[in-house]
Design a protein around this ligand. Structure first.
Ligand code: HEM
Ligand code: HEM
Length: 127
């Protein structure tokens, strides 16, 4: 497995475990106020990063480009910024961090689209 896929596959389950603990604590306490932060930690941290890892595992050549490395960096930073950002926004403590996180996540996804388009047909699994 290449380095980029490894980074995705190591961080995604960490986000999943944290997101699920978050969910269990929320369910146990009966206070669902922070549900959007929990949901997006799971969706952007676990599901999305795991999908990136799957792609870089299936098409290892795509992981060699600088755009791909920047793509994963933006996606990972995005999760770390948007999750506390959503929690702060929900608690009325400002939306700045959530906005910054959204832009990082969006930039990461745009670069992913570029990476996929550039590498179509170059891996063992042909798109
Ligand atoms: C141990 C596992 C999990 C537990 C105990 C848990 C628990 C919860 C609870 C209590 C809520 C609030 C429900 C409500 O107020 O209506 C919630 C919402 C949500 N959860 Fe989870 N969850 C878990 C895993 C996941 C996973 C793996 C995902 C996604 C891949 C996920 C995505 C969501 C989403 C999208 C919401 C709605 C967020 C919103 O209202 O904005 N959860 N979860
Ligand atoms: C830049 C990225 C994203 C931003 C800024 C964003 C923003 C939002 C916002 C503002 C809400 C409404 C929260 C509320 O009403 O409390 C929401 C809900 C939700 N989002 Fe996202 N989202 C993003 C990415 C995603 C992704 C990638 C997924 C799925 C993989 C997703 C799934 C959901 C779900 C399931 C809900 C809850 C819908 C519901 O409760 O009816 N979001 N999102």
């Amino acid at each position: 497995m290449n380095g980029l896929a490894k980074i995705c596959w190591i961080t995604a389950p960490i986000y999943a475990v944290l997101g699920m603990i978050f969910g269990v604590v929320m369910a146990a306490s009966g206070d669902h106020t922070l549900a959007p932060a929990h949901g997006h930690l799971n969706l952007l941290g676990w599901a999305t990063i795991a999908l990136y890892g799957t792609f870089y595992t299936l098409v290892p050549k795509a992981a060699e480009s600088r755009v791909a490395k920047l793509q994963v960096l933006l996606a990972e930073l995005g999760v770390l910024v948007i999750v506390p950002g959503i929690a702060m926004a929900v608690m009325g403590q400002g939306e700045g961090l959530a906005k910054a996180g959204s832009l990082l996540i969006l930039a990461g996804m745009l670069l992913f689209a570029v990476t996929v388009m550039r590498s179509v047909g170059s891996g063992p699994v042909r798109a």
